[in-house]
Design a protein around this ligand. Structure first.
Ligand code: SF4
Length: 99
């Protein structure tokens, strides 16, 4: 369980989660090894490239060997579905150096 305050942004939490997945990826399969890192880069941008994130997420779900890579895109999809306003507004509490 992850608890966020009212000052936290879901997109920052999702980026942090993706960066965690990128660090935890064992590297055995390319969709997860490269996909989590690339997704984190895309999610750090002020404006998300939704088409690329959607394509990348689908490849990760379809082609990753284990649950880590298959579930990692959920961080993207949840924010797109439930916190689209944060992404559309380019909101972030993270400093540029942390992205
Ligand atoms: S999906 Fe699983 S097996 Fe593939 S790189 Fe990620 S952690 Fe390793």
């Amino acid at each position: 369980m992850v608890v966020l305050s009212q000052q936290d942004l879901a997109r920052d939490a999702a980026l942090n989660t993706m960066q965690f997945f990128a660090q935890e990826s064992c590297g055995q399969c390319t969709p997860c090894r490269v996909g989590t890192d690339k997704a984190a880069q895309l999610m750090a941008a002020p404006v998300w490239d939704h088409d690329t994130l959607d394509d990348l997420g689908q490849v990760m779900v379809d082609a990753s060997i284990c649950g880590l890579g298959q579930a990692a895109p959920n961080a993207i999809r949840c924010v797109q579905r439930y916190f689209a306003d944060e992404v559309a507004a380019g909101m972030s509490n993270q400093k540029e150096s942390q992205r």
